[in-house]
Ligand binder design. Structure first.
Ligand SMILES: NC(=O)c1ccc[n+]([C@@H]2O[C@H](COP(=O)([O-])OP(=O)(O)OC[C@H]3O[C@@H](n4cnc5c(N)ncnc54)[C@H](OP(=O)(O)O)[C@@H]3O)[C@@H](O)[C@H]2O)c1
Length: 216
């Protein structure tokens, strides 16, 4: 499978590149700067420069040509509300439009639980982020793409267990970036798992079984 990753040098992205490359997939990893290009290469991907803010839909579509799937795990990561709107919001719209234009039908989006941090500790920037992410989900679900939306809980960098709780609605919790990457790696290779939203936390079910159950 030829996979085009947006956010390939990020925490989830580089873990996913490693898994896909290890199973023999070809990964093109979009990044913005030279240092991130090295990260993509080290993970086993082919770096390609791109920016969701400055690239047009046509620019992105050209980069996506010839791929079988797009994985979008980019995000503004707390750099400001404007950036959140441009990257997590409009950037996702551009990427989905570009995938359609390039004829790449499979599209996986890393989103977020709408009920993340509901305890009142979140500020305006986080509230904006949640709204933008939800609107991005809505946008993608209204396309004709074979989309899959994965909503992870709070992401952890510590090593994953390979076990998750996954379903259309699960209780909010943490999840290791390793396990998010493992879930997407398995889900990408299960074409029947399409046009669904999956919420994902750490849990007891091996990733492969979780994907098989969702597909059944
Ligand atoms: N943090 C959490 O607890 C949490 C929880 C649920 C969901 N999420 C979501 O999970 C996703 C992945 O998280 P992560 O930890 O892997 O994020 P991350 O490490 O911050 O990586 C974000 C990636 O987005 C890319 N990016 C930023 N601006 C861009 C732009 N203008 N054009 C293209 N790429 C751009 C960065 O690219 P460069 O490498 O070029 O800088 C980076 O690779 C995000 O969408 C996030 O919203 C996060």
């Amino acid at each position: 499978m030829n996979v085009f990753q947006i956010g390939a040098a990020g925490g989830v992205g580089r873990r996913l590149t490693r898994l896909l490359a290890a199973r023999g997939d070809s990964v093109t990893g979009m990044h913005r700067g030279p240092a991130q290009g090295e990260t993509v290469r080290e993970a086993g991907g082919i770096p390609v420069i791109g920016d969701l803010i400055t690239d047009t839909v046509d620019d992105l579509a050209q980069k996506m040509q010839g791929h079988d799937a797009v994985v979008f795990s980019a995000g503004a990561h707390g750099t400001g509300m404007d950036k959140t709107t441009l990257i997590d919001g409009k950037g996702l719209q551009k990427a989905a439009d570009a995938a359609a234009l390039a004829g790449v039908t499979r599209f996986v989006l890393v989103s977020v639980f709408p009920d993340a941090l509901r305890g009142g500790e979140a500020g305006d920037g986080f509230e904006h982020y949640i709204k933008v992410k939800k609107s991005a989900d809505v946008y993608l679900t209204r396309t004709d793409l074979d989309w899959l939306i994965v909503r992870p809980g709070t992401l952890l960098d510590t090593p994953g267990s390979g076990r998750v709780t996954a379903g259309p609605a699960v209780e909010y919790g943490d999840v290791h970036r390793d396990d998010v990457a493992a879930f997407i790696d398995a889900a990408l290779h299960e074409p029947a798992l399409r046009r669904v939203i999956v919420e994902l936390t750490s849990g007891d079910t091996p990733v492969a079984d979780a994907v098989a159950r969702l597909t059944a």
